[in-house]
Design a protein around this ligand. Sequence first.
Ligand SMILES: NC(=O)c1ccc[n+]([C@@H]2O[C@H](COP(=O)([O-])OP(=O)(O)OC[C@H]3O[C@@H](n4cnc5c(N)ncnc54)[C@H](OP(=O)(O)O)[C@@H]3O)[C@@H](O)[C@H]2O)c1
Length: 349
Amino acid sequence: MVSSLKELIQKDIVKIAKLPKMNSFSPEEVDGYTVTLIDHDYPGKTPSLWNTVYDSLTQSNPLHPKFRSVMVVADPTNIEVIFNALLSDEKYFGGGTGSGFKDIAAKYLRKVNHGALDQSSEVSGSVNIIAKKNGKLVGFDTDAEGYAKGLEKEFGIESINDKNIVVLGAGGVTSPIIYSLLKRSPRKLVILNRTIGKAERIVNNMKKLYPHLSDNLSFGGEDRIGTELKDAELVINTSNKGTAGEKLAKFSAFAKTTEENLPNEDHMFNQGSEAEENIKGLSKKAIVSDINLVEDETTTIKIAKAYGISRTQDGKPMMFFQAIPAFLHVHPNIISEGELENMMRKASF
Ligand SMILES: NC(=O)c1ccc[n+]([C@@H]2O[C@H](COP(=O)([O-])OP(=O)(O)OC[C@H]3O[C@@H](n4cnc5c(N)ncnc54)[C@H](OP(=O)(O)O)[C@@H]3O)[C@@H](O)[C@H]2O)c1
């Protein structure tokens, strides 16, 4: 039986991610750790945010235990062996779930005896942070409010309320984002995804949670992107298109990820003709938001700006506003919320 993070690494069940900053890690050298699981390597910010806080705690008090946050790449189908090992590992006290793990973690923690879900995860069907409490792994969702807060801070509540929203992608993080958007009463919301059944499932769940908005919710496939963008006021990419560290980085969310849609210098926006065609009908007053985190700008944001959209937002505000409550769920007593916010603000913007 695998019973620690060290063994998970030794057996190659998890690999330390190479792309996030401040992610060097050795389990023996620290007193405790938080572990974020992702299904592919990308420059996630959790290690730099959390380790900045941990470093400052030990700098201001050398007797403070040495903690580390690490992001690891793993196959989500190994979730059982991974969580069993982390549960038995005395140095593990919780951590995040990133791309590919959020909805799977919610399903898993709801089902097993040593797992539990906070109300936030029960309603959104997603977990982005886990805290080890009294021998159980408890899943919380702070992505939902984190996304909406980030948008509201920059563009106001009117960016969501009574607006026509197009959501591209239907992965684990899409559900919590939509849950928090619907709380703010948009006029209409459509989810478009490569796998239509996943968009349909989210819409059906949301209809149960928000029955009064049922007629305003719909779903579809990537073939409807151009049609739906025509009267959109807020477009959100929640898919992996544009993620750094793999071939998807070259694609925007405005088109399918086929070879024909690879960046192509013959096209005005240096992107395949389908994206160029699809964005044509979008109002230049619309907001384009892409939750993916990359060093520079995602292809989606680049194309939106080149087309003439001035109001864009990347994944940083969401990351910042989800990280503060997430940290406090795992460490309720080691730092005040105000101090934490100051430290994380410096590390994230
Ligand atoms: N800024 C932040 O704080 C923040 C927080 C959370 C997540 N994120 C980012 O959000 C992204 C999604 O996370 P997640 O947990 O929802 O991931 P996920 O559950 O793995 O979902 C991935 C989504 O991308 C789509 N997709 C993947 N490859 C595709 C392809 N080749 N063509 C078309 N669609 C494709 C999937 O479509 P199918 O359903 O058809 O497979 C699905 O909609 C990640 O890149 C993550 O880094 C950012």
